[in-house]
Write a protein that binds this ligand. Structure first.
Ligand code: CDP
Ligand code: MG
Length: 203
């Protein structure tokens, strides 16, 4: 049976400055996902620190990559990879402070996996053409590392169903999430419509 799923998507400030909100929203709409919440937010440091609360595994992965890149380019690296990874996280959090983000929740079958596919992989240079990160920027991990900043990835999408649940609870109150029927769902899901949208349970 199809299950309703929700994903948290945030259009980052660099994309708002570039006038890309409409292009990005269109991609989710066109796929057949349903917008159930949307607002502009200027996030606090506290919100961004919980949103980008990363594990040691993430620090190590990001820090090791960056160390390798810097060493290949003749830079002497004194800090440990974990500390380098923590530095990337701080640069990332700082890049959000004082600037607007468009926060959204999109619903549908497999919303989290489809959200990731629509957004593309983290390094825009290796993101598939046809994904947002693959189509709308010349950014790369190398460019970000050589400029000592976080990769400008244009948009955020939850990485897993559990991450999505946590992020939705961080960014939205239940009252801000709107339940409504969309004709599109009947067309896309047919007989499974009520189950997929959990619509009958909600009205
Ligand atoms: O955004 P996504 O889920 O694809 O990647 P992440 O691993 O959850 O990292 C969150 C954000 O950290 C990315 O969108 C980048 O802005 C930044 N990042 C970075 O600057 N350098 C990396 N090596 C990995 C991520
Ligand atoms: Mg992520």
């Amino acid at each position: 049976m199809l299950q309703a799923e929700r994903t948290f998507i945030a259009i980052k400030s660099e994309s708002i400055q570039r006038g890309l909100i409409g292009d990005f929203v269109t991609r989710f709409e066109r796929r057949g996902m349903k917008l159930v919440a949307c607002k502009m937010v200027v996030p606090t440091r506290e919100l961004m620190e919980s949103h980008y609360k990363k594990t040691d595994e993430w620090f190590l992965k990001v820090g090791t990559n960056k160390t390798k890149y810097l060493q290949e380019h003749g830079v002497n690296v004194a800090e440990s990879p974990i500390d380098i990874g923590k530095g990337v996280q701080q640069a990332l959090v700082n890049s959000f402070i004082g600037k607007p983000v468009l926060a959204m929740i999109w619903e549908g079958a497999n919303a989290v996996a489809l959200g990731r596919k629509t957004v593309g992989s983290t390094d825009p240079m290796s993101a598939d053409i046809g994904s947002i990160r693959g189509d709308f920027t010349i950014e790369s991990q190398g460019l970000a590392e050589s400029s000592d900043r976080a990769i400008r990835t244009l948009i955020h999408a939850s990485g897993s169903v559990d991450e999505g649940k946590d992020e939705i609870a961080m960014w939205f109150t239940p009252a801000e999430i709107i339940d409504y029927p969309l004709v599109l769902e009947e067309v896309l899901y047919g007989d499974n419509w009520g189950h997929c949208a959990n619509y009958q349970d909600k009205v």
